[in-house]
Design a protein around this ligand. Structure first.
Ligand code: CTP
Ligand code: ZN
Length: 153
């Protein structure tokens, strides 16, 4: 990319989530539990041209790495995403996301009576199915807006 085209700065340390499906950047931030109040440096680019995707979003989060469950949920809303770990301005690791078989933790079950919502906490476990994700404990399916079902802990 030439200087004329550069939209946001490179970052020194952190994670760049690139090739995000156009329009999904804010959902990626929800999955990461980032709303700006935590004070992390965050850059978001939406709907920029991409050779591979037509248009894409990019999310750069400084001084933060992602957990496996965060990557798993991101892969469900942005199947072409790549996760770049940046250290001292260099890309030290680049991974394409994989569609997971299940997502452990992070999501919360919408069924109030589900054992995962009892006072004794049981970690959630969702199986990835064609229609969305299915709670392994009670069978409830979350079909869309996964980002609205993130457990704030
Ligand atoms: N990036 C960044 N800060 C850095 C290094 C890289 O913000 N210090 C960003 C780049 O802007 C790009 C992504 O991280 O969005 C991946 O960087 P790089 O691998 O250098 O770019 P490409 O080769 O274009 O990546 P790909 O082949 O995955 O498209
Ligand atoms: Zn459940």
């Amino acid at each position: 990319m030439s200087d004329r085209e550069l939209r946001v700065s490179k970052i020194r340390n952190g994670t760049v989530i690139d090739h995000v499906t156009g329009g999904q950047a804010l959902n990626v931030l929800s999955i990461l539990g980032i709303d700006g109040s935590e004070g992390l440096g965050v850059s978001v680019v939406m709907n920029v041209p991409s050779d591979r995707l037509g248009r894409k979003d990019v999310v750069k989060v400084e001084d933060r790495e992602l957990s496996q469950s965060e990557v798993d949920v991101i892969s469900l809303i942005a199947p072409e995403a790549s996760i770049n770990i940046i250290r001292d301005f260099e890309v030290v690791q680049k991974n394409r996301v994989d569609r997971p078989e299940s997502v452990v933790g992070l999501l919360s079950c919408p069924n109030r009576n589900c054992i995962t919502n009892e006072s004794e906490p049981v970690e959630t476990d969702f199986t990835v199915v064609d229609e969305g994700v299915r709670c392994t404990y009670c069978g409830t399916i979350i079909r869309d807006s996964l980002a609205d079902h993130i457990d704030p802990e």
